[in-house]
Design a protein around this ligand. Sequence first.
Ligand code: ADP
Ligand code: ILO
Length: 344
Amino acid sequence: MNYPNLPEDCTSLLCKYLTKEVFEELKDKKTTNGFTLEQAINSGLVNLDSGIGVYAGDEESYSLFAPLFDAIIEDYHGFGREDKHQSNLNPDDLNAPNPDPNGEFIVSTRIRVGRNVAHFPLGPAISKEQRDLVESSIVEALKSLSGELEGRYYPLLGMSKEVQEELIKDHFLFKEGDRFLDAAGLNRDWSEGRGIYHNKEKTFLVWVNEEDQLRIISMQKGGDITEVFNRLVTAVKAIETKVAFSYSEHLGYISSCPTNLGTAMRASVHIALPNLAKDMEAFKAITDKYYLQIRGIHGEHSQSEGGVYDISNRRRLGITEVQAVQDMYDGVVALIKAEKELTK
Ligand code: ADP
Ligand code: ILO
């Protein structure tokens, strides 16, 4: 492969940090799983509108291709090469009483973490056999969950289109055919090895073999962030007794996209802010102050509908899980205050 043509107007972190020197240094390297620089950067080259543009094929990608990944990680998370990640999943340390007890603004709350199984390649480099093995070991582990977490696994293979569409529309299931994941090699052998586990109420869900091997999700209507966090922590701890997750002292939980490293946590609310939305500058000033990200209500790269936005923590690495949720909580309190003032 030759040094790619990176257009001047490309704003992704890949375009920013893949200099000729970095490319020359890394272009012939291969991880033990056979993952190359070409594979790591393909998504960003095919999708020049990417925000980031790179994916790791395994934990080793982060060290072998460090001249590229470290720069991207430092830029996105403000996390240095020598820094160490710290985890804190203790619900007692979270201070998040419902910011909207009358249900005027917050439609729903969702907290998810990404996890990958130790000693396996990540999705971009995994073989079909390994992926199937990952699926069966996760499903086996999920069978041991009880009480509120008890549920059933629904493989994508054989699921009717109607059921699939309904689950996606209701925000429970991942979409199909994402072009960023596609170019990263994450959609290979679709839909085999993929599926969703959920309890009866759909307040606890696990996505299997999408961007990460597990996405563990707790969600419910309204703004009781503490309840959502508590359920998530109980589930993560229970699953961890059965499946070993890939974790490094430096980078925390290992994920295929560098934005998810560390806590791999995205805590979000769907929140109606119709007045604030009329002044995007003021809106963004608040979200920037609290390290928040604004998404549309059908996930990343989607649009807002009816003034309802998906507001979540942007930082995931170098802060604890408790801090990630606290970022979201503090920001949401400020957003509600601003919206109320505009409504007067
Ligand atoms: P992820 O959070 O897993 O990185 P997405 O941004 O694609 O990925 O979101 C996945 C799904 O979760 C989408 O359908 C999205 O609308 C839904 N979702 C995210 N946050 C909330 C929330 N607070 N309430 C309800 N659904 C949510
Ligand atoms: N590769 C995409 C998405 C990056 C962050 N989001 C997720 C889902 N990992 C991009 O570079 O815009």
